[in-house]
Design a binder for this molecule. Structure first.
Ligand code: MN
Ligand code: MN
Ligand code: MN
Length: 300
């Protein structure tokens, strides 16, 4: 028997279920992860951990290591940034209160966007109601899907560009908690805060350094360095930020919808040179060893 725990090879630390804006239920997501031989999975629904218990149970049955997690929206210099909290304690009261507050703001924002759509002659109140009626975190992606369904846009992308995207006619800016408050809520729940998709914030190199410096000072632990849609330049810049600010590297798919070939669930956890994998900082070696032992005893 191998006494030295091997590192995880295929991990996904960023994936969504129908508890936010993904389309698969937590159990369906885990079933897909199992077919893709994912060894370590985090469910990172927007501002909720509602699907984590179901996902944890499905992962235990499929012998996949699982992390309770969530992708939190925060505000930095007037900009929305996303912070993934990994290995969260689902019983943390401060985190639960934080998430509830953010979800309340989300609902208010959806209603406000509905009013603006009304002003432009669309049935905005009905659109907002439809989004708020479904279970799970309401997001602008749901609004976009509703706009497409009602024929106000040909696809989700156009719904953002025409109606609800930043600066568009029905856009309403969000009033998320600060990055500091967001990291504090994650840390209070025993979690590790990871700056999500740094290449998507349309920040200059200097702006990104500023963000990473403040994120690290606030208690940030990691940064996503490997995601689909990151070109070699983006990945290189993210890796440089990880090294410069002592942030561990995280990777995932930001999976929402099956059948999108360029955004598959489960990535090989091959991180750039000199970047510490976040799985090491999370202290997952015992989990890995236990899983390996149970796989060995289960036989071929
Ligand atoms: Mn999303
Ligand atoms: Mn995001
Ligand atoms: Mn995401």
């Amino acid at each position: 028997m191998n006494a030295v725990p091997q590192p995880f090879e295929r991990i996904d630390l960023h994936a969504h279920s129908s508890c936010s804006d993904g389309v698969l239920s937590p159990a369906e997501l885990v079933a897909l992860a199992a077919t893709r031989a994912v060894e370590l999975l985090a469910l990172t629904d927007h501002d909720t951990m509602a699907g984590c218990e179901a996902a944890a149970q499905a992962c235990a049955a499929a012998r996949i290591a699982f992390l309770h997690a969530s992708e939190l929206s925060g505000l930095w210099c007037g900009r929305e940034v996303h912070i993934v909290g990994l290995r969260l304690d689902p019983r943390s009261a401060p985190l639960a209160a934080h998430l509830e507050g953010v979800r309340g703001q989300r609902a208010e924002r959806i209603r406000a966007i509905g009013l603006r759509l009304d002003q432009h002659g669309l049935d905005g109140a009905a659109i907002a109601d439809a989004v708020l009626a479904r279970a799970g975190t309401p997001t602008r992606l749901h609004l976009a899907r509703e706009l497409v369904q009602r024929g106000h846009a040909k696809d989700e992308d156009e719904a953002f560009k025409r109606w609800i995207g930043r600066g568009q006619r029905a856009a309403v800016p969000a009033a998320w908690p600060t990055v500091e408050a967001t990291v504090a809520a994650i840390t209070a729940a025993g979690g590790m805060a990871v700056l999500a998709h740094p290449h998507r914030y349309q920040l200059s190199a200097g702006g990104l350094r500023e963000l990473c410096g403040q994120f690290k000072d606030a208690g940030g632990a990691g940064i996503e360095v490997s995601l689909p849609g990151m070109g070699p330049g983006d990945a290189g810049r993210a890796a440089a930020l990880a090294r410069r600010y002592g942030l561990a590297g995280s990777c995932g798919s930001d999976f929402h919808v099956p059948g999108v070939p360029w955004r598959p669930l489960g990535r090989f956890a091959k991180l750039p040179e000199g970047v510490v994998p976040i799985s090491e900082r999370l202290g997952l070696e015992p989990v890995r060893a236990t899983l390996a032992a149970s796989q060995a005893s289960a036989g071929p």
